[in-house]
Design a protein around this ligand. Structure first.
Ligand SMILES: Cc1cc2nc3c(=O)[nH]c(=O)nc-3n(C[C@H](O)[C@H](O)[C@H](O)COP(=O)(O)OP(=O)(O)OC[C@H]3O[C@@H](n4cnc5c(N)ncnc54)[C@H](O)[C@@H]3O)c2cc1C
Length: 258
């Protein structure tokens, strides 16, 4: 079974997010990390591979430095990484991202394509559906438990009112929920081994993608404006000189928050 896992490098959670006022895009030049919910997709792929054998291939669209973040998933146990990185792809909106990722996935020819729940920087939670549509493959989203049996896959899908049990023939696309599993931590052996795994970076031309269909050229949406989140109002900064816990307690009690 060949499983492709779509993973994205996002700004590290500790980095202050800044929007470039000219491009109106998120400034992604700082420290990056693997998108947190993609770890659930990687974990699920590894569990399937451990049960049935096969290969886990990471697929990503992003800047060259995204490979640093993909190494974490290689250290967890994924077999190889394919990163589509091209200046012309910068500024890809949902449609452009879908064109690029679908081309990379066509090259991998996986039986199963896994997505995380949502990216922490875009948070659209729609990319999996758009890619499944472009690949003309069935999609099961919000999957909280997954079983692969022969040439079909069954997902238990979380809903507001309970759950749906949905089956689809392979090849299929699955977007997992973050409730599906607890991602493993990479072992020291895994971290060392990741360095020697295949880490392939390809350009648009390698995949035969017309640059006019991605990036700014292919974008069908324009960001008109972006606003800062509303101020949180009354804030107090407590420095820890050894009495921070007491100060926090006093603060909470004064405001009758407990
Ligand atoms: C005008 C415009 C310009 C933009 N420019 C950029 C840009 O320059 N750089 C940029 O990063 N984003 C850019 N974006 C955002 C980008 O289009 C979205 O990140 C993309 O469409 C995916 O949507 P999402 O982030 O909501 O992902 P979601 O749908 O929330 O993600 C779900 C899952 O999809 C997978 N996934 C998401 N993104 C990727 C990826 N890149 N590679 C592999 N798997 C992925 C992961 O498994 C993730 O868990 C731009 C958006 C607009 C509207």
């Amino acid at each position: 079974m060949k499983i492709a896992v779509c993973v994205k490098q996002v700004p590290d959670a500790t980095v202050h997010k800044r929007i470039d006022p000219v491009t109106k895009r998120l400034d992604r030049s700082g420290e990056g990390a693997l998108n947190p919910t993609d770890l659930n997709a990687v974990e699920e792929a590894l569990r399937i591979k451990e049960g049935q054998g096969g290969e886990v291939v990471l697929v990503s669209l992003g800047p060259e430095k995204a490979m640093e973040s993909l190494r974490k998933a290689l250290a967890m146990g994924a077999d190889r990484a394919l990163l589509l990185s091209d200046e012309a792809a910068a500024g890809s909106d949902l449609v452009g991202t879908t064109v690029a990722l679908a081309s990379a996935l066509e090259r991998v020819e996986a039986d199963l394509v896994l997505f995380g729940q949502a990216s922490s920087d875009g948070d659209g939670a729609v990319l999996s559906a758009a890619v499944a549509d472009r690949l003309r493959r069935p999609l099961i989203s919000q999957v909280a438990s997954l079983a692969v049996d022969g040439d079909s896959v069954t997902g238990k899908r979380q809903t507001e009112h309970g759950y749906d049990l949905i089956s689809a023939p392979l090849p299929a696309v699955i977007a997992v929920s973050d409730a599906i599993n607890e991602p493993r931590y990479p072992s020291l052996k895994g971290i060392m081994g990741a360095k020697s795994k295949l880490q392939e970076t390809v350009a648009l031309t390698d995949l035969g993608v017309d640059a006019e269909r991605v990036g700014e050229a292919g974008a069908q949406t324009t960001v008109l404006d972006l606003g800062a989140p509303p101020s949180r109002g009354d804030q107090v900064k407590i420095e820890d000189d050894g009495s921070a816990a007491q100060k926090i307690l006093d603060y909470v009690l004064e405001r009758r928050l407990l």
